[in-house]
Design a protein around this ligand. Structure first.
Ligand code: SF4
Ligand code: SF4
Length: 103
């Protein structure tokens, strides 16, 4: 029997650009995903997504595989720390080979 007295209300933030605006120009490191290790990428199933959940700026997409919005990722490394499969490595911008950061 349903008991509304004990209904649980939770808050959930939708991913979006960070409050600091576009951070890609000053980021020192960026996350790089190894899809061979990423759980949803390996299994093809929507699972894990701890990176998406913990990213403080909401710039990781809940997709298979997860994607990063590098215009707003600030390079904090939390996603890499929280990934249970060690699928994310933080790489210095100068070594990433990506010319889109403005660094
Ligand atoms: S936390 Fe790691 S394994 Fe999980 S979805 Fe993100 S990258 Fe993939
Ligand atoms: S490094 Fe990871 S956790 Fe930090 S802002 Fe970028 S995507 Fe989000």
């Amino acid at each position: 029997m349903k008991n509304d007295k004990f209904a649980i209300n939770i808050s959930h933030s939708e991913p979006g650009p960070g409050d600091a605006g576009q951070t890609g120009s000053w980021r020192v490191e960026r996350p790089v995903l190894d899809a061979a290790k990423c759980i949803p990428a390996k299994t093809g199933k929507e699972s894990c997504f701890l990176c998406w959940m913990y990213c403080p700026d909401g710039v990781i997409s809940r997709t298979i595989p997860p994607g990063f919005d590098f215009q707003y990722c600030k390079g904090c490394g939390i996603c890499a720390e929280e990934c249970p499969a060690d699928a994310i490595t933080m790489v210095r911008e100068t070594e990433s080979g990506d010319e889109t950061t403005g660094c």
